[in-house]
Design a protein around this ligand. Sequence first.
Ligand SMILES: [Zn+2]
Length: 245
Amino acid sequence: MTAVAKKQIDTLVKVQQIEIEAAKLNAYLKKLPARISSLEQQLEEFIQSVEDDEAAIEGFNKQYRALEADVQLNLSKIQKSQEKLRSVKTNKEYQSSLKEIDDIQAANSKLEDEMLELLEKIETAEAAIKDRRQHYAEIVDESNRQKESIERDAARHEENLVELESRRVAIAAQLDAGLLKLFRQVKAKQGDLVAIVAVQDAVCQGCNMNIPPQVYNELQRCDSLKYCPSCFRIIYWQDQDERSE
Ligand SMILES: [Zn+2]
């Protein structure tokens, strides 16, 4: 059994705490790019929806103006036909001109119905886009503000991570190389980064199993490295006083 100083165990626990903290930071940082791209995507969809609806409204207005021009053209045709009506010589010509006027009027009435339908479409589309138009700048600003906030958050966490790493290196330098190697081996086998755990009242804090009395007695002497017989983590004795620290 390796004799292991209490101070070495304390140092190892500190290293582990830093590594767990760093892993949490890394996990948090890993999620940030997805949050940023989700924000960007939402904004893009919003802008696209406004552009699409504006384009649709513009299209309706264009159709409306085209119909309006057709109606005007028909009205001048009607006027010409009415002038012609005054100078016709035969009844046949008269009837034919009247029919011409009727036909153009019928066509115009159809065009006017289409114009009314378009006006309704424009009104509906304008109502649908009103809120988005009104809050457009706010929504774009808010999205950019959130993105910047995430980026600042990321930068802050990156700094913390660098700081943690330099602290970890400094503290780990105080450790016996053999002990650190053992710690790495145990850690590699554990899925949760926890390779060294306290034993309180003969219970392993890693797996909550009882430590056999003889191992527990030896553990309290703090003169050798012990492993939990259930989860195989490195264990150390933690008495009542230390727990309240
Ligand atoms: Zn255990």
